[in-house]
Design a protein. Structure first.
Length: 146
């Protein structure tokens, strides 16, 4: 894993270049309380402005300090994709943000929560829950207008 400096394009393992979009408001709020000895072009860095050299070790330390078990660094990509989809972002945009070439790969990342699935089914009930009194079943079992 390598770190990316602000404004530097990201190149995937497949040598595809893409841009990582970061919401400036969220970034500002998240990083506002961090005090650095000197400015740094790195988003995630030590107090002296130098980049972390082993993000996996830092992640492991943060998990241990937070009492988090059975969670892996790569799970963050799945969480990112799932939250985008559950927030209503279309799959094409999610695919591009993840740097995937195929929708098949994106679908492997975008998991829906049980709560989100229940909500989706409730939409049917809200919109189509009432039986239309003008419908009747035909011989084949299909609903038809009277």
């Amino acid at each position: 894993m390598r770190f990316v400096s602000a404004g530097e394009p990201i190149v995937s393992r497949q040598k595809t270049q893409y841009e990582m979009c970061i919401n400036n408001n969220t970034l500002t709020e998240t990083l506002q309380g961090i005090k650095l000895e000197k400015p740094s072009p790195w988003v995630f860095c030590k107090e002296n402005g130098k980049p972390y050299t082993n993000v996996r070790q830092s992640f492991k330390t943060a998990k241990r300090r937070g009492g988090i078990e059975d969670f892996h660094f790569h799970d963050l990509r799945h969480t990112f994709a799932s939250r985008l989809v559950m927030g209503g972002v279309d799959l094409t945009t999610v695919k591009e943000l993840l740097g995937h070439k195929s929708f098949k790969m994106t679908l492997r990342y975008a998991h829906l929560s049980p709560k989100h699935k229940r909500f989706a089914v409730e939409v049917l009930d809200q919109n189509f829950g009432k039986v239309d009194q003008n419908l009747t079943k035909a011989e084949g079992g299909d609903l038809v207008s009277r």
